[in-house]
Design a protein around this ligand. Structure first.
Ligand code: SDX
Length: 426
């Protein structure tokens, strides 16, 4: 008699049945443990894009796509984004708890102390041509970090995890700012240790040597909120990449560099840059209907950037928070009204169009983040870089979670082979 908390699968070709245990979660969907399925049945499961597959056990982030719910270590994203800071959120992801005031100050100081990069890294930046895409520079520079900090080459000591984590969280913004300045032929600006973590990033992007710049609090809050909203997101494509590299026990900076490369794609973290390019291409509200029709046309590869999500089939809760931030920022800084008009028209039409509604295609985080970053004077080729700065604490937390589990397995999926049978050469 099969036990209640299981599923039974029958291979109708042989009539044989196999039982697989169901494992219940704290929240969300239960899972069927099919680890022995191939051994039992000689069959693989095919799940393109892993739409129905849980790749790991995790205690970090929970998403309920139908309810538009997102939590980091049990805290709702709207609480973290409105009541806490990105540094608080990074501390929560890494240390599994929000910091006390003393812990926050100590963590901030730890990050400040690590915010400079080895001067030798500047030769790397020099090697890139002008206008090299900052994401290409960033992924190369992060991988190169392992040559400067070789003491993390084979990191299996938990005490070193946090040192590695603080080092990369602190250095990525500096590397990102250097990438941007070099790509535009601008003098590089070193971190200013009198400024906060997020404020320093805007400072390194905007300042010039020996000049003083005033940053409006709403600008810093807007960027800090963007970082918090991007800090982690369950097993998305780039996090899956980081965990896959972690499973081979490669250097942690190699895992983060691989995550940066995966994130760059326009279907993922590169979407925020594509949203702005698309709004610029559409150009005027009178063109919106034409592009909505293209997005709906099965024979047209055109897709509406910033719409749709593998998990959220309702509003992306992060998009809702960003929409509010955009309104607050608009009171202080000019946001390109033409692009806002086009974006609002797209949203207005798409949210009432059967094609989008029946497929659960709603604006995602990238639909709003690009316009806010544009208002902050950050060029669109830097938008995915901003996404990386936000996502690094999540990637590191996921990397550590993999390393801390006693039974971690190397990621090695199988396939449905459709190639030629053996060719016998004459
Ligand atoms: C991020 O996974 C994460 O958590 C990612 C992320 C994170 O924080 O890490 O949230 C960050 O990457 C957000 C998503 C950013 N990408 C974009 O905005 C690019 C545009 N969106 C699409 O490419 C797409 O919606 C995806 C990639 C986001 C999701 O793709 P899925 O889940 O694989 O969905 P699908 O391609 O199977 O599409 C389902 C249907 C299809 O139509 P039918 O074949 O059913 O008729 O919806 C259609 C698709 O053609 N569709 C779209 C569309 N997205 C899906 N049609 C027009 N425009 C779109 N944007």
């Amino acid at each position: 008699m099969a036990n209640k908390n299981s599923v039974t699968m029958t291979d109708n070709r042989t009539g044989k049945s196999f039982e697989y245990n169901i494992i219940d979660p704290t929240l969300g969907a239960s899972v069927v443990d099919i680890a022995t399925f191939y051994k039992d049945t000689g069959l693989f499961m095919l799940d393109r894009g892993f739409t129905s597959t849980a790749s790991c056990r995790s205690r970090i982030t929970y998403i309920d796509g139908s309810k538009g719910k997102l939590m980091y270590r049990g805290y709702d994203i709207s609480y973290l984004a409105t009541q806490k800071s990105f540094v608080d959120t990074a501390h929560l992801l890494l240390y599994k708890k929000l910091p006390t005031n003393e812990e926050r100050d100590a963590f901030k100081l730890e990050l400040k102390k690590r915010s400079f990069v080895h001067e030798g890294m500047k030769k790397l930046f020099d090697a890139f041509p002008d206008n090299a895409h900052p994401m290409a520079i960033l992924s190369a520079a992060v991988s190169a970090l392992s040559t400067f900090y070789f003491d993390h080459l084979d990191i299996d000591s938990p005490e070193e995890y946090m040192e590695m984590a603080k080092r990369i969280i602190a250095k990525i913004p500096t590397i990102a700012a250097f990438s941007y300045r070099y790509s535009r032929g601008l003098p590089i600006i070193y971190p200013n240790l009198d400024r906060g973590f997020t404020e320093n990033i805007l400072y390194m992007l905007r300042a010039y040597p020996h000049d003083h710049i005033d940053l409006k609090p709403i600008e810093v809050k807007a960027l800090d909120t963007i970082f918090t909203l991007h800090a982690d997101h369950e097993q998305n494509a780039s996090t899956t990449t980081v965990r896959t590299v972690a499973s081979t026990h490669a250097h942690p900076y190699a895992a983060i560099s691989a995550g940066i490369c995966a994130l760059w794609g326009r279907s993922h973290g590169g979407a925020n840059e594509s949203v702005i390019s698309q709004l610029e291409m559409i150009g005027d509200v009178k063109n919106v209907e034409k592009y909505i029709a293209k997005a709906k046309d099965k024979n047209d590869p055109f897709r509406l950037m910033g719409f749709g999500h593998r998990v959220y089939k309702n509003f992306d809760p992060r998009a809702t928070i960003l929409k509010d931030i955009r309104e607050q920022l608009m009171k202080e800084r000019a946001i390109d009204s033409k692009l806002i008009e086009v974006a609002n028209k797209i949203e207005e039409i798409a949210l009432h169009d059967e094609y989008f509604i029946e497929r659960g295609l709603y604006p995602n985080i990238d639909f709003y983040s690009g316009l806010i970053l544009r208002a902050l004077g950050i060029p669109k080729e830097m938008y995915a870089v901003i996404f990386v700065i936000g996502r690094v604490p999540g990637w590191i937390a996921q990397w550590i979670e993999f390393k801390e589990q006693p039974d971690g397995k190397i990621a090695r999926p199988r396939q449905l082979y459709l190639g030629p049978t053996e060719i016998k050469p004459e």
